[in-house]
Design a protein around this ligand. Structure first.
Ligand SMILES: Nc1ncnc2c1ncn2[C@@H]1O[C@H](COP(=O)(O)OP(=O)(O)OP(=O)(O)O)[C@@H](O)[C@H]1O
Ligand SMILES: [Mg+2]
Length: 583
């Protein structure tokens, strides 16, 4: 059917269809971002949540529509490689002058991968590498706005703030600006510079996420360059500058892989990502794309990054250090920042889960507020690597224990589904091996991580240390999702008093336990912490082992309270800000 048209006509039509699909996607994506300022101004946090979810779902939806159309256009030629090679060439030409060409390439890849169910990646059909080594078209405007030196630093700060958010929304801009200026001048002095800001470069668009709006930029004072982020939030009475971040680490934590994606309206993501890199030189390009909601393109960049690593080293995939999982096989490479997770075919007791349920949990996490505590996992399909790049024991386990997902084709290892996520140091190892002060802070932050998750209506399920890890910033995060649930679905219970001798002596519970029952006082027994660490945890977070505090959080959530975990510490907040209590 269909293909009475000539090949060149078919390729032109198809390439245009894909481009129209991409434009449709970008318009929808942009519409969500353009709504963010109004949502913020009106403190419409439920609207913010709905937009975040809606935006996440847009991509798959649009790609699906395009694939259906192309199938109709190409008929039985749908999987003819010669045609697709031509389509790619036409498409590449069509996108040369776009400001978002790299995203357009990714979109094309998504379409072709659906059409072909591509195993491995075919460079003739997909943009494995970009067609453009450097940006194909010059930028028509800078990604930032410049502010020149002002009378005082406070003037500069208040000018910046009122440039991005209507001055009428602020509650006390003048005094906030003075407080921010003091911090800036302090920091400049610490860095050995004169406390005089000569110039500021602020990203043109505001970054919105949850209940905050962030102004992001760089300050220049003589030879010193400082990142600067102002966090704006609502208080009773108006918007305030809630915090100021002036270090690479703080900004990096704000842009963490354990946070939801920002809504930011940007014409040329390429330039924005490069600008952000100047604030956070250690953050990788893929993570920056992901942080601004271009997670699909982030995956393209991740994959390219992985190929570069494989091509430039001799490293092999091998087990990562730590306690093996019952549900996942987890591997990595010694010099690589990410780990790879494959779902086993079968799960031994006490696990009572299914493959679909595990995938649902990972999906839930990808759509939920991650509270700075849940690692974002990207899922990949149909990847293929050379057998020689695997540790033989690992490969053997993969093919025998995860044969539904991993198979050999000649000397290629084909993995039909895997999660890729940032590597951290498992907390069980860390608590054993780190110096005592570091181990103690990690264990205390572990307690806080559980509380932060609770405030955002997540109960991790499995609280064992092996399921948490420590980031390079020393923050404790969670990565084992198969037992995770909504906090409001959990029934917190006290262990009942035994009624007689036999009950008291019994090893197994003598009372009935429901599927969702959790006994907080039991947890401490299982953690296996050294006494000093156990005491430290108890002193600071003893309430984790009681029932009432958990119920209190459930009640607040049930009453509609939306608790948000700040992506910065109290020390970054300004002195006059309201005390906001989570747990
Ligand atoms: N992001 C990560 N960085 C470093 N190591 C990790 C990471 N994720 C998992 N691991 C390691 O792999 C092991 C298994 O991972 P995970 O806990 O996700 O699997 P699981 O099969 O669900 O575990 P469980 O048997 O506890 O349910 C962990 O105990 C840890 O040692
Ligand atoms: Mg685990």
């Amino acid at each position: 059917m269909a293909s009475s048209l000539s090949d060149s006509r078919l390729s032109n039509v198809s390439a245009s269809r894909i481009l129209e699909g991409f434009e449709d996607y970008m318009n929808r994506f942009g519409a969500f971002n353009k709504r963010a300022p109004k949502r913020f101004a009106q403190a419409d946090w439920r609207g913010v949540q709905a937009d975040a979810l809606g935006r996440l779902k847009t991509y798959t939806h649009v790609v699906k529509g395009v694939v259906e159309e192309i199938r109709r256009t190409l008929g039985d030629r749908i999987d003819d490689p010669t045609l697709w090679i031509a389509i790619k060439a036409v498409y590449s030409n069509l996108i040369t002058d776009r400001q978002d060409w790299e995203l357009a390439e990714t979109f094309h890849n998504s379409v072709t991968r659906q059409v072909f169910d591509t195993v491995g990646v075919d460079g003739r059909i997909e943009f494995v590498d970009t067609d453009f080594d450097s940006p194909p078209s010059p930028s028509h405007e800078a990604v930032y706005v410049i502010f020149d030196r002002q009378e005082t630093t406070a003037d500069l700060v208040s000018n910046i703030a009122s440039q991005f958010v209507p001055a009428t929304l602020f509650k006390r801009l003048e005094s906030d600006a003075v407080a921010v200026a003091e911090r800036i001048e302090e920091r400049l002095t610490e860095r050995g510079g004169l406390p005089v800001v000569g110039r500021a470069e602020m990203v043109r668009s505001v970054f919105y996420r949850g209940q905050s709006a962030y102004l992001v930029g760089l300050l220049y004072a003589g030879s010193v360059r400082l990142p600067m982020v102002l966090s704006l939030r609502h208080e009773a009475g108006g918007v305030v500058i809630d915090a100021v971040l002036l270090t690479e680490d703080e900004v990096s934590i704000l842009f963490s892989f354990t946070r939801s994606y920002f809504h930011v309206d940007v014409a040329r993501p390429y330039d924005l990502v490069r600008f952000l890199r100047r604030l956070m030189p250690r953050k990788r390009i893929p993570e920056l794309y992901i942080s601004i909601g271009q997670n699909k393109h982030g995956k393209t960049e991740l994959y390219r990054d992985l190929l570069r690593h494989l091509n430039s080293t001799e490293e092999r995939f091998e087990y990562v250090p730590g306690t093996k999982g019952l549900v996942m096989i987890v591997f990595g490479m010694p010099g690589y920042d990410d780990v790879f997770k494959v779902i086993r075919d079968q799960f031994p007791p006490p696990k009572r889960t299914t493959r679909n349920s595990i995938m649902d949990k990972y999906r839930l996490v990808s759509q939920h507020d991650r509270a700075g505590r849940l690692i974002d996992a990207q899922n990949f399909q149909h990847l293929s690597f050379d057998e020689s790049r695997f540790d033989p024991e690992l490969l053997d386990e993969l093919t025998s224990q995860a044969g539904r997902t991993v198979r050999m084709e000649g000397d290629e290892v084909v993995i039909s589904h895997l999660y890729v996520e940032r590597r951290v140091i498992p907390l069980d190892l860390y608590a054993r091996e780190a110096v005592p002060t570091a181990a103690t802070s990690a264990v205390i932050d572990y307690g806080q991580a559980i509380k932060d998750l609770a405030c955002t209506n997540i109960f991790p399920g499995d609280l064992l240390l092996k399921n948490f890890g420590v980031t390079r910033h020393g923050r404790v995060v969670f990565y084992d999702y198969d037992e995770l649930s909504a906090l409001t679905d959990v029934v917190f219970r006290e262990i009942p008093e035994p009624r007689d001798e036999t009950e008291a002596m019994s090893d197994a519970p003598w009372f009935s336990v429901g599927d969702n029952d959790v006994f907080p006082e039991e947890h401490q027994r299982f953690l296996g912490l050294k006494p000093a660490l156990r005491e430290a945890l108890h002193e600071r977070h003893g309430d984790l082992f009681e029932v009432e505090p958990w119920k209190a959080i459930q009640k607040r959530i049930g009453a509609g309270e939306l608790m948000e975990i700040f992506p910065y510490g109290d020390e970054a907040r300004l002195p006059e800000t309201e005390d906001v209590r989570g747990w």
